[in-house]
Design a protein. Structure first.
Length: 305
């Protein structure tokens, strides 16, 4: 087998952007972190990083959303209805593709992370997985048969409305849906409910049971819809909060009540796992997206040339 292509990857997050030049997790030539500020300032800074690099044959972009991923749409590659000031309507993919001049792949940051964890990380070798991030927001990347599960756009599973714990009538803090999953269990929701950021909230605070219950409902939905072979959970709320994983696994098992009688699902400790790639899951996902775009172009050239 030949050497993997050198790819430039961009994980465009809501608060920071990571640019990476790599062939894979064991062959990273450079990694640059930038703050995500106003669009022109941020995109110009990314372009300056790309200008410093040479020899890459593709570019991948894993972006915060919502984004348009429909290649037939004139809005493909745009960030769409984000509340982040100035970013709604930004044509991120076309701009960076023009600047780099190489085949470019584009998708959400969670789908990118899912692809990376399936290729190199905690779900290595599995073609059907889910990657759920629980941080500033909640998002899920679903992969089936090695490809993202897409339709008119990407999924927004963080905005499902969960079954509530008895007696929990807190209104939630999602500006669209109130007590959806994101409005109950994302980082800002934890701080709004308790008055304390999640990383400073005591492990025995009763609010964690409410958070775990909501996240268990998310996993319940994933098992019954995407039927992933493994669920990887990352993001700032999950990673580093060791006591939360056992609670979330237990909440999932209790909610499913034995309905899905598969040995994989029946062993929550190996079925619901943290990411193996850590903070590089998203950036390495961009590398996968770029490599896929390069492969698609080469295949098109081969069949039409």
């Amino acid at each position: 087998m030949g050497e993997a292509p050198l790819v430039a990857g961009v994980e465009l997050g809501g608060t920071k952007c990571i640019c990476i030049l790599a062939r894979g997790p064991d062959d990273i030539e450079d990694r640059v972190q930038l703050p995500t500020t106003r669009p022109e300032e941020t995109l110009s800074a990314i372009e300056a990083v790309l200008d410093r690099w040479s020899g890459f044959s593709a570019l991948g972009i894993a972006s915060f959303g919502p984004v348009s991923i429909d290649h037939a749409s004139p809005l493909y590659g745009h960030i769409t209805s984000t509340p982040k000031p100035g970013w709604a309507g930004q044509d991120v993919a076309a701009r960076l593709k023009r600047h780099a001049g190489v085949p470019t792949g584009f998708h959400t940051d969670v789908v990118g992370a899912a692809l990376a964890e399936a290729r190199w990380g905690a779900a290595k070798g599995l073609a059907d997985i889910a990657y759920a991030t629980v941080g500033t927001g909640i998002g899920v990347g679903l992969i089936a048969g090695g490809k993202p599960v897409d339709g008119l756009t990407h999924s927004e599973l963080g905005h499902l409305r969960p079954v509530r714990m008895p007696g929990d009538d807190w209104v939630g803090n999602c500006p669209y849906h109130g007590a959806c999953l994101e409005g109950l269990a994302a980082g800002p929701a934890i701080a709004a409910r308790t008055g304390i950021p999640g990383d400073k909230l005591a492990a025995d605070d009763p609010a964690w049971d409410l958070i775990a219950h909501a996240l268990g409902q998310l996993l319940h939905s994933l098992v019954l819809t995407g039927v992933p072979r493994r669920i990887v959970m990352g993001g700032g709320v999950m990673v580093g909060t060791d006591h939360l994983f056992p609670r979330v696994r237990a909440a999932m098992a209790k909610s499913l009540a034995g309905y899905v009688a598969l040995p994989e699902v029946g062993d929550p400790e190996t079925y619901v796992v943290p990411p193996a790639l850590g903070g590089n899951a998203g950036p390495l996902g961009a590398i996968v997206l770029g490599a896929q775009a390069l492969g698609a172009q080469l295949q098109t050239s081969f069949t039409t040339g």
